[in-house]
Design a protein around this ligand. Structure first.
Ligand code: NAG
Ligand code: NAG
Ligand code: NAG
Ligand code: NAG
Ligand code: NAG
Ligand code: NAG
Ligand code: NAG
Ligand code: NAG
Length: 912
């Protein structure tokens, strides 16, 4: 019985399928003409010109569309059926070519067969890699084009003026070509003049570098000109284009203008002026924009209050961050569709914010820099009063995705967080949150939270610390600059960047840390961690770029096994009690830029085998037990990218490493540094759409003391050599005179002899020169007075004779720069010149500042602190003197430099 039933069903299915097949409209394709032979061969020729390259497209759905493009022996190769090709139903001509995101790599030549496809109406080559080729002017042969999309495709050079002949164009997209593309005179006006049907124009990141003049094309619906270098006043008439829906002018920092009075007839839906120089108040007539759904005015110069009329718009996205807006914001309460609300860094009087709970679509809320004390958002768990803040049981609670409350004066974790089960990002940086992280915090958004930033608070630990933190998708965790005691919290294996520096974390480092094999950044510096560094830490993650364990109490050997092909760019082990030798496998760290082993107990000879690391910019071995002579390098190119070498306070002996100095090419000219910045980017995605620039912030203290003025230079590349406090002997080598970019040279406290060479006066960037406590003799060369940046100079405790140089910077040095040289005379010393005779110790001037001069000859003063900022585009090294690095300073640095750069880069990835 059952069997026959199934048989019946089976037959039934077959019949149905058969009917489906016969009825399919595919039959029509048999009636369609085959594609024209010459077009088919033009396409095949086009295919020949490119190679398949997986890094040519960034869309995750990209694939090699040209796979199906094949010539069939015996004819019949119907190009109309090929991937990305569409033909006209009646003529059979190719009218649509969509090769976007197809992994195409190669140059397009002006002879390309593509330009013979003159029936094309739509051409999309976006998201490929055209290898910096120019857009050939032959593109203008495709006179029927209505759509041309060449965005995100690595074209460069001038946009051909011939595009102006494509008078049927409706949509033109040349944006995001990293080449970059540029538009030369006579500019946009003439390029677009004849394109009278144009509805969409996208020129993001095309270099226009001009004032904006647009022809009056009344069909325009979308104008996207982000990051084009536009300046001057924005023409108001553009706001009034009758069909305009989208206006995006983001990142034209010098573009100015007020907002106009808006008319009822406006179709504007998206108005994006972020990071421009627009200013003034929002006009009341903004309420006339009854279709407006996105208003992004962040990072401009707007002021005044928010007009109540805004409630007549359809806003879902409102971003007013970083302006000077003031007044109340209660009028936002009736924007019931708001999904994204960003008000950070203004002068708003936000009041109690109880109305926020009425915005039932709200998922993103950024209120950084706004005092939230006394608002509904600051209510801590133990003071919750349902009646007064509208959190009654029948209130629908908002479920946020992204929350940023940085610098909001919050004293505790806000209670409403405990209801959040869809958070992806939570940022509470620089508040006053103290005590333990409550147990309920570990229950929120367990399945969704990707970014958690709690740095700069007063957190001491966890009410209940789990072995592994519970957020299964956590990719960034920042707990740095708190007061965390107890064991290091271990994030889940999803983590990409983990910062827990500057706390009071104790105990051994759990080997569980080595399960985090996706990590890019691990910064545990400045805690009280102890024990051995787990050996697995040298090879647990191929992606790890930054490993900073400095300022702890680790002892024992440095982890030994660095895999070939690892990604380490920074290794910071300074200020621990590590002993033994430097592991030779460090030579496998071929992309290493910074190696800081300072202040440990490493006992080894000079690690000449690191000389092969072609990216190494800074090597700091300060205060260890290194010993022996530094022999000659094996090749001329060792350490050729080195900017900073610090070997001070060790037992090195023999001559100064003359031949090495000759190979330190990076120190020879400033100009050469800039070319170093083209290191490929290493970004990683924290959440869909959120890219994290692989940035790090690293400071290195250089022992040179004595500069007492506050001195911050953040954007400079710092170039310095510190070989002080060793047993180097012999003369100062001539090769030092080639290091023209040198800013700091410290050879103090060695056994150097001979004279001070006059070529030091050619090191025109020198800011600090320390030769104290050697056996140098002869006179101080007058040429040193040419050093106009010299802020610190010390030759004390040598055997120098003759006149102290006068003029320029030398008028500012005190006698402690010269003391202990009984043969020196003249200002500022009390010994007058002209007195002949052998110097006698009693004639030496009394030290003015005897404090702190026990260990070295210097008065105690500020340290040199070298700051490293790494970006995808390369390391930037700045330095500060006499400036302690606080979290505030860190923030300031990021604020002024990193953020803008980050935003720009992020924008490059995303479509605007
Ligand atoms: C693939 O393209 C990248 C640029 O995106 C290039 O650097 C690389 O050399 C190309 N690889 C091949 C095999 O052509
Ligand atoms: C890419 O451009 C470079 C420089 O012009 C050239 O040497 C190389 O052959 C080009 N590669 C391809 C695949 O076209
Ligand atoms: C151009 O193509 C890219 C990639 O496919 C796409 O993201 C973009 O929206 C297209 N531009 C226009 C104006 O449609
Ligand atoms: C625009 O079209 C007119 C008439 O066809 C022509 O004379 C003029 O040269 C064109 N301008 C540009 C910039 O192509
Ligand atoms: C732009 O053109 C439209 C229609 O073609 C016209 O009504 C309008 O006055 C023009 N605007 C300007 C500023 O010339
Ligand atoms: C908008 O706000 C004004 C002034 O507060 C008010 O009179 C009006 O009713 C509000 N309109 C809407 C649609 O909420
Ligand atoms: C919020 O919603 C409640 C209930 O729907 C309403 O009574 C109240 O007036 C609303 N508040 C604001 C400020 O719109
Ligand atoms: C790390 O190195 C150790 C010692 O060479 C080796 O036993 C281990 O398998 C390596 N682990 C990884 C993940 O490469």
């Amino acid at each position: 019985m059952a069997a026959s039933f199934y048989f019946f069903m089976f037959m039934h299915l077959i019949i149905c399928c058969f009917q489906l097949i016969t009825a399919t409209p595919n039959n029509f394709s048999f009636m369609q003409p085959l594609c024209h032979a010459e077009e088919s061969s033009a396409l095949l020729q086009f295919k020949q010109a490119f190679s398949f390259n997986k890094s040519a497209s960034s869309d995750p759905l990209a694939y090699w569309k040209l796979r199906s493009w094949k010539f069939k022996v015996g004819g019949g190769s119907d190009c109309c059926s090929w991937d990305g090709v569409e033909c006209d139903q009646s003529t059979g001509h190719v009218v649509d070519l969509d090769l976007s995101s197809s992994f195409l790599f190669g140059s397009i030549k002006s002879s390309s067969s593509l330009f013979s496809l003159v029936h094309l109406r739509r051409l999309n080559l976006a998201d490929n890699h055209f290898n910096y080729s120019q857009i050939p002017s032959e593109i203008s042969h495709l006179l029927l084009l209505t759509t041309l999309n060449l965005s995100l495709s690595v074209f460069s050079g001038p946009i051909p003026v011939e595009i102006s002949r494509l008078s049927k164009l409706i949509s033109l997209d040349l944006s995001l070509n990293s080449g970059p593309l540029r538009l030369e005179k006579p500019g946009l006006q003439s390029l677009l003049q004849n394109l009278t049907s144009l509805e969409e124009i996208h020129l993001g990141q095309v270099n226009l570098t001009s004032k904006l003049i647009l022809p009056n094309i009344s069909s325009l619906k979308t104008i996207s000109l982000s990051d084009c270098g536009l300046y001057g006043t924005f023409p108001t008439s553009i706001f009034h284009l009758p069909k305009l829906r989208v206006l995006n002018l983001r990142y034209n920092y010098l573009l100015t203008g007020p907002l106009p009075e808006f008319q009822h007839t406006s179709s504007l839906q998206k108005l994006i002026l972020a990071s421009t120089n627009f200013s003034g108040e929002l006009p009341n007539t903004i309420g006339n924009l009854s279709f407006l759904d996105t208003l992004d005015l962040s990072d401009c110069k707007f002021s005044g209050s928010i007009p109540a009329s805004l409630n007549r718009t359809q806003l879902t996205v409102l971003n007013l961050e970083s302006n000077n807006f003031s007044g109340q914001i209660l009028s936002l309460a009736s924007l019931s569709r708001l999904r994204d609300l960003k008000l950070s860094y203004n002068e708003f009087d936000v009041g109690s914010l109880f109305w926020l709970w009425n915005l039932t679509s709200l998922t993103t809320l950024y209120l950084n820099g706004i005092d939230l004390q006394g608002s509904v958002l600051s209510c801590p768990a133990n003071k919750i009063q349902h009646a007064t803040i509208g959190l009654s049981t029948n209130t629908t609670l908002l479920n946020f995705n992204r929350l940023q409350f940085d610098s909001c004066n919050l004293g505790e974790f806000p209670y409403f967080l405990s209801f959040q089960n869809q958070l992806e990002e939570l940022s509470l940086i620089n508040n006053r949150i103290h005590g333990k992280i409550p147990a309920w915090m570990l229950n929120i958004s367990k399945d969704t939270l990707g970014i958690l930033r709690l740095q700069g608070n007063y957190l001491t630990g966890f009410e209940q610390q789990p072995i592994i933190l519970p957020w299964a998708k956590l990719s960034l965790l920042d707990l740095s600059y708190n007061k965390l005691q107890g064991r290091l919290p271990i994030p889940p294996t999803s983590i990409l960047a983990y910062y827990a520096s500057d706390n009071a974390i104790i105990g051994k480092l759990s080997p569980l840390i080595c399960t985090l094999s996706s990590l890019y950044i691990l910064n545990l510096s400045n805690n009280n961690l102890t024990g051995l560094i787990p050996p697995c830490l040298s090879n647990f993650s191929d992606s790890l770029s930054v490993l900073d364990l400095g300022g702890n109490n680790f002892y024992g050997p440095i982890p030994q096994a660095y895999n070939k092909g690892n990604s380490l760019e920074l290794i910071g082990f300074s200020q621990n009690r590590l002993s033994g030798k430097l592991p030779k496998s460090l030579a496998n760290c071929t992309v290493l830029k910074i190696l800081d082993i300072s202040d440990n107990l490493i006992e080894d000879a000079f690690p000449f085998w690191l000389g092969t690391l072609t990216q190494l910019e800074a090597l700091n071995l300060h205060s260890n037990k290194f010993y022996g002579a530094i022999r000659s390098p094996r090749t001329k190119f060792e350490f050729s990218k080195l900017h900073i070498i610090v070997l001070s306070h060790n037992g090195f002996s023999g001559d100064l490493p003359t031949k090495y100095i000759r190979s330190w090419n990076a120190m020879k000219s400033i100009g050469k540094q800039e070319t170093n910045q083209a290191i490929p980017s290493k970004e990683f995605q924290l959440l869909p759409g959120i890219w994290w620039e692989h940035d790090f912030f690293y400071s290195m203290t250089i022992t040179n003391k004595g500069v007492d003025r506050q001195y911050i230079k953040t954007l400079d590349i710092f170039i310095g050599i510190d070989l002080s406090s060793n047993k180097f002997e012999g003369g100062i080598p001539k090769s030092l005179g080639d290091l023209k970019a040198l800013q700091l040279l410290n050879l103090s406290n060695n056994e150097l002899s001979g004279g001070i060479p006059s070529f030091l006066g050619d090191l025109s960037n020198l800011e600090a020169l320390d030769l104290a406590q050697n056996k140098l003799s002869g006179e101080i060369p007058q040429q040193l007075t040419q050093l106009t940046f010299l802020a610190f100079f010390n030759v004390s405790h040598n055997n120098l004779v003759g006149h102290v140089p006068k003029g320029h910077q030398f008028n500012t040095f005190q006698n402690n720069s010269y003391e202990g040289n009984s043969g020196l005379c003249g200002e500022p010393l009390s010994r007058h010149c002209g007195e002949l005779d052998a110097p006698s110790p009693t004639l030496s001037p009394q030290p003015v500042d005897s404090e702190g001069s026990k260990d070295s000859t210097f008065p105690s003063g500020a340290d040199w602190i070298v700051i490293f900022m790494g970006f995808g585009s390369g390391t930037t090294i700045g330095f500060a003197i006499g400036q302690m690095l606080t979290s505030k300073y860190h923030e300031w640095f990021l604020e002024t430099f990193a953020r803008k750069k980050n935003n720009q880069r992020r924008e490059r990835k995303r479509k605007l």
